[in-house]
Design a protein around this ligand. Structure first.
Ligand code: NAD
Ligand code: ZN
Length: 370
């Protein structure tokens, strides 16, 4: 018998207002769903963007899409998961059967597009104090003590990995490392530049280093972030507040990069990243901008220099394959996860975790549950 659970959760009630922690009701799983007790949930800039309307998810909204937890209840028809399994959430709801899924691009699955908000069937298992339905971020809403998710949004992981590390694979690490390994397919000896050294950009930096890039130029406005970038494998750093023209500086240093990654979410930065490319270079847009934001590039440079401008959604992940793959690289000592967790917070401290992210204090801030 499926049961309701009371859970503290981080909720956006109105765009432009700080997040609030409230007690919500999480219904038990229906068919093909599981309920997890969340162990840890990272705070991503996308969560903040959902509270301002930059990512226009309707409020009220339970935040969180970067969590690890333990299965506490399984719904009818679920055979792939059982109570006690450790899982990480995936904001990509892959059906596994459509044309995009079978050609290895589940981030483009129709079900994943539909379930950018709420569960794949459009409903939610979350209610506020007055019984009103609460939307959930990316079919997840895992910044909460409990969450009920569709099995297509869950990936089983090695239970020996601490929750606060495993959680980060479901967004920051997958997005960053995946943009390098899966989207760009950076070759050893490549020259690369990374714009925006947040939780995501830092993982692009370590992805480039792991892929054997000759140069990894990290670009940010915050000196603390650049110091972190050096620890994660950046060979050069550029503080935007100290140079007049970052594009020129990078081109001088590298002769034009083979790969540039935009991890900020602004057309102006996309333009900058594109301008750093050498001939045959690829610019990968990872940051999520406002829907109406535009960018500008020189059209002729596309054919004449064979440049490429492309995007990367969750690091072009195949979650069921890639999440365990990245955790395997962590266990083998090739990917840093411990060092990404600058600070942990209790759920009551969630508003502080958002403030600290905006102040650029953390590689990643992670909410850890009892
Ligand atoms: P964050 O807040 O942790 O980091 C952003 C970084 O960008 C900060 O270090 C900040 O100092 C820096 N920055 C701000 N303006 C800059 C500028 N003009 N030039 C260079 N650096 C600048 O954010 P995050 O969690 O790392 O997320 C980064 C972006 O990636 C966001 O837009 C987020 O929504 C997006 N994102 C995309 C995906 C995807 O699947 N494509 C997944 C997760 C997050
Ligand atoms: Zn995210």
């Amino acid at each position: 018998m499926s049961m309701d659970r009371q859970a503290k959760a981080v909720v956006c009630r109105e765009w432009g207002q700080p997040v609030q922690v409230e007690t919500i009701t999480v219904e038990g799983p229906k068919r093909d769903e599981i309920t997890i007790k969340v162990g840890a949930c990272g705070v991503c800039h996308s969560d903040h963007s959902a509270t301002t309307g930059k990512i226009p998810y309707p409020a009220p909204l339970v935040l969180g899409h970067e969590a690890a937890g333990v299965v506490v209840e399984v719904g009818e028809g679920v055979s792939a998961f059982q109570e006690g399994d450790h899982v990480v959430s995936s904001f990509i709801s892959m059906c596994g059967k459509c044309r995009q899924c079978v050609r290895g691009r589940p981030v483009l699955c129709d079900q994943a597009r539909k379930a950018m908000i709420n569960l794949p069937d459009g409903t939610v298992r979350t209610r506020g104090a007055d019984g009103e339905p609460l939307n959930v971020f990316g079919a997840c809403g895992v910044m909460a003590q409990y969450a009920t998710l569709h099995v297509d949004n869950c990936v089983k992981v090695d239970p020996s990995i601490p929750m606060q590390n495993a959680a980060l694979v479901s967004c920051a690490v997958m997005t960053g490392v995946g943009a390098v390994f899966n989207t760009a397919k950076v070759e050893p000896g490549s020259r690369t530049a990374v714009f925006g050294i947040g939780g995501v950009g830092l993982n692009v930096v370590q992805g480039c280093a792991t892929a054997g890039a000759e140069m990894v130029v990290a670009v940010d406005t915050n000196e603390g972030k650049l110091a972190m970038a050096r620890e994660f494998g950046a060979t050069h750093t550029i503080n935007l507040s100290e140079v007049d023209d970052a594009t020129k500086a990078i081109r001088k240093l590298t002769g034009g990069v083979d790969y540039a990654f935009e991890c900020v979410g602004a057309g102006t930065v996309v333009e900058q990243a594109y301008k750093t490319l050498g001939r045959g270079g690829t610019a990968v847009v990872v940051g999520v901008s406002e829907p109406k934001d535009k960018t500008s590039i020189t059209t002729l440079s596309l054919p004449a220099d064979e440049r490429v401008l492309r995007g990367s959604w969750l690091g072009s992940a195949r979650p069921v394959y890639d999440f365990p793959r990245i955790l395997g690289l962590y266990k083998a000592g090739r990917i840093k996860l411990d060092e990404l967790v600058t600070r942990t917070y209790t759920i009551d401290e969630a508003p502080q975790a958002f403030d600290d992210m905006l102040a650029g204090k953390n590689a990643r801030g992670v909410i850890v549950f009892d």
